[in-house]
Design a protein around this ligand. Sequence first.
Ligand code: FAD
Ligand code: NAP
Length: 384
Amino acid sequence: MSADPASLYSRKNPFPAPHPVNRKLSGEGSGKDTRHHEISLAGSGFNYEVGDSLGLFATNHPALVSEIIAAIGATGEEVVPGADAVPKPLRAALTGDYIITQPSKEFLKALVERAGEAVAQLRDLMADAAQKKALEDYLWGFEFIDFLLAHPSVKWTPEEFVKTLRKLQPRLYSIASSLKANPESVHLTVATVRYESHGRPREGVASTFLAERWPAEKTAGVFIHTAKHFRLPEDPATPIIMVGPGTGVAPFRAYLQERKAISASGRNWLFFGEQKRVCDFLYESELAQLQADGVLTKLDVAFSRDQAAKVYVQDRMRENARELWAWLESGAHFFVCGDGARMAKDVDAELHRIAETEGGKTLEEAAAYVEAMKKEKRYKKDVY
Ligand SMILES: Cc1cc2nc3c(=O)[nH]c(=O)nc-3n(C[C@H](O)[C@H](O)[C@H](O)COP(=O)(O)OP(=O)(O)OC[C@H]3O[C@@H](n4cnc5c(N)ncnc54)[C@H](O)[C@@H]3O)c2cc1C
Ligand SMILES: NC(=O)c1ccc[n+]([C@@H]2O[C@H](COP(=O)([O-])OP(=O)(O)OC[C@H]3O[C@@H](n4cnc5c(N)ncnc54)[C@H](OP(=O)(O)O)[C@@H]3O)[C@@H](O)[C@H]2O)c1
């Protein structure tokens, strides 16, 4: 979906964008590889707002494509249907059209039919609807290549294999820049996904494409994904509280750029968290400059691994409960971005607690207060 109906480009017709800047933000000693990316949008006509995300069509890792081709005994030249049904060489289809990491249901079904007793555990789990969770646990961390290598006697023609695959989907990234400050390019803050499972190193498709496989001059398809639910308050005088640990800081960098560009008078408070101050303090000098400029009114940081006990953004909220409550009571909007599985739930719980302790509310009244904030669109989340 394009934010600007006047633009020629959209998810269906992505803009071919070059990638001039790919800079590591994580310092030496970090357990992460989080990067700052700048993608040129010159000529796209995109007219996004801060809070929106960028959609990216990435391609699969060529080494994994080659491994799969070899595992099914093909050459890569065989012609197969692409995801758009147009015939193309197997290598091109596996590179750009299909998911070749997490195995599809269709593939697993076909494998069970062909491999019989050799995949008895998988067969039994798939046959019993009550075992859905056990099946998920069993499959966690397995990829197509593991099954292909474990069962070399099961034969697939290139077309049979491709017909079990699902279409590769674009990935979304929070826009980390304001058009007013950066009219020609869009900035992203991306954590490169790498992990090991079942004895093999694995790579996230799009985050490693951004980190390693998208040279500056080459183009990749991008589009704007609008996020009307995640906009700055209309009134530039309204204070905002932003909770953005890790890559969750991305949209707040954009908010701060925007508020600086329009000389907004509203106060801005950021809670940021990461593992270690020395190597994981993303955008440290920029944030210091924004504080010196008077744009970032207050910055509270929580480095979880700099001491024996974990310290998280919600701990900093609790330490600042009285002031945070005063901001909320003065009409501040409250934003959360980043990990949805754990962080956003814990931050939500802390918000409820602050309404109880500082607002003198009962459990039910605190819940009603937070609910009212949501209804008034003063409590906004973009979590993943
Ligand atoms: C609105 C929105 C905004 C976002 N903004 C950002 C952003 O600003 N920055 C950012 O970095 N990301 C952001 N994301 C997440 C981003 O879209 C991708 O999901 C992320 O980069 C991973 O994509 P990938 O293609 O690299 O990995 P994928 O190829 O999709 O691989 C990820 C998958 O690998 C598997 N996996 C991951 N870790 C393990 C493990 N340890 N063990 C076993 N399996 C594992 C899981 O199945 C997981 O779903 C956002 C998402 C949304 C929806
Ligand atoms: N679902 C998962 O298990 C999982 C795990 C990691 C990352 N992710 C995903 O990976 C992507 C990128 O992550 P990221 O590198 O940006 O940062 P991140 O993994 O969210 O980490 C940022 C900071 O948040 C801390 N944190 C961990 N649990 C928290 C909680 N419950 N409440 C508050 N803070 C918490 C981390 O501490 P510690 O790391 O020291 O605990 C770290 O200091 C996101 O999509 C995220 O959702 C998911």
